[in-house]
Design a protein around this ligand. Structure first.
Ligand code: AMP
Ligand code: MG
Length: 408
């Protein structure tokens, strides 16, 4: 059901989700490229062209364990040839294969001069003094030629490439020890709240275990950042400012949770509002309406002040922090991608706010809302694999309707 007054009084003061993301993306910058050791480069974004200094493979070599021979000598089979040498991978002293001779050869070993084909061991009796070959092979069999993968000077990776396992492999494969790349952003996560207790500790009256700092640090890592969990700081703005002072030197971005709503004891708002570089706004979304964003310190380190309710902070991360991290990494960014699905139950959403309801997206293209749509219902979030998006001007969605869904 569409409401008659999408820009009604309840929503007039709210900032659209897209506008908030646009402000964030206009502020954050790709991190400067640095020289990274191979071991540190997983998840970094390449900032140079990587090319091969030599051909790969560097020399003709055997693709199989077998026998290097002259194809002409095995035209008629079966045939028995004397085995005159053994070459393993890494061998450097090679005897040439003369007419009527065979050399036992292992996978990756250089092809001896004179040989023009390799007979797999499976086609032979496996002999070490002489070998009986039961099947013939034409020239070039089971030989990997020099330069077959990459020619000398070929570009193997372009700037902007995300370094995953295979990319890291080819960087190593062309002999590089270091590469110029944008590193994974270092993100410090600070939870506020006098009620928070470390998981593993005993709960006193009125206390809950801190989950947000764990969720958000993990979310940073899943998003390709280096997450540092600074833990909880209570509700004293002075303690928070102290903590920020310490953490700013090691952070490319900071995430806080809690302390940004309308109540008393909102330490993030109280500590950062006076600085004038962090804005606290109401975004037209549910969950996650109160949002703070800005920069801190001489280095203008971006700070995301996310709301404290566990589902709110997580949804805020998906919508605002993840795209910002992508930009910092030099990767394409924007609103999270969505797919269309058929919703199995009816949905409700407040007028003037875009809802991100938790659901389970199935392989058959249906999405089922989970039980427990409150912004504190973390167990329900943990059982979901998708966010169902209900637009600002829609207040009711009937079962069977098409909806947009963001995969988690
Ligand atoms: P706040 O935004 O600080 O007013 O917190 C809103 C709600 O989220 C309150 O019920 C808090 O107890 C809860 N909350 C805040 N921080 C955390 C956290 N780190 N882990 C779990 N729940 C939290
Ligand atoms: Mg709080």
């Amino acid at each position: 059901m569409r409401s008659a007054d999408p820009a009604g009084s309840a929503s007039s003061a709210l900032k659209p989700v897209e506008a908030h993301l646009a402000d964030i993306l206009a502020t954050v910058r790709p991190l400067a490229p640095i020289e990274l050791d191979l071991e540190q480069s997983l998840g970094a974004t390449l900032a140079e062209e990587v090319s091969a200094p030599v051909p790969l493979p560097p020399f003709d070599n055997s693709a199989m364990d077998g026998y290097a021979v002259r194809a002409a000598d095995i035209a008629e089979v079966p045939v028995t040839l004397p085995v005159v040498d053994d070459v393993a991978a890494g061998s450097d002293e090679l005897r040439a294969v003369g007419p009527g001779h065979a050399v036992r050869i292992m996978t990756g070993a250089p092809l001896p001069a004179g040989a023009d084909t390799v007979v797999p061991v499976e086609w032979t009796d496996g002999g070490t003094v002489s070998v009986r070959i039961g099947r013939s092979a034409g020239p070039g069999n089971a030989i990997r030629r020099a330069g077959e993968d990459v020619q000398s000077g070929d570009v193997v990776l372009k700037p902007g490439t995300l370094i995953g396992a295979a990319q890291l492999g080819i960087i190593a494969g062309v002999g590089r020890r270091r590469v110029l790349a944008r590193p994974r952003p270092r993100v410090v996560v600070i939870a506020t709240g006098a009620e928070l207790v470390e998981p593993g500790g005993q709960l006193g009256p009125g206390q809950i275990w801190d989950s947000n700092s764990y969720t958000l640090t993990a979310a940073v890592r899943e998003a390709g950042g280096e997450g540092f969990r600074a833990g909880a700081v209570g509700d004293d703005p002075a303690v928070l400012l102290d903590r920020l002072d310490t953490d700013l030197v090691r952070a490319d971005a900071i995430i806080t949770s809690g302390g940004v709503s309308m109540g008393a004891y909102e330490p993030v708002k109280e500590a950062l509002s006076p600085l004038g570089t962090v804005r606290f706004e109401k975004v037209a979304m549910q969950p996650g309406m109160p949002q703070g964003f800005g920069v801190l310190g001489d280095d203008q380190v971006p700070l995301f002040a996310l709301p404290g309710n566990p589902v709110s902070s997580f949804v805020s991360f998906v919508l605002f922090v993840r795209p910002a991290l992508a930009k910092m990494r030099g990767l394409p960014t924007g609103m999270p991608e969505s797919v269309t699905a058929c919703v199995t139950g009816s949905l409700r959403s407040p007028e003037g706010r875009r809802s991100y309801l938790r659901g389970v997206l199935a392989a058959d293209g249906t999405v089922s809302p989970v039980r427990g749509q409150g912004s504190h219902q973390l167990a329900a979030l943990a059982s979901a694999n998708a966010l169902i998006v209900v637009p600002e001007d829609v207040t009711e969605v009937p079962a069977g309707a098409e909806v947009e869904v963001i995969r988690l």
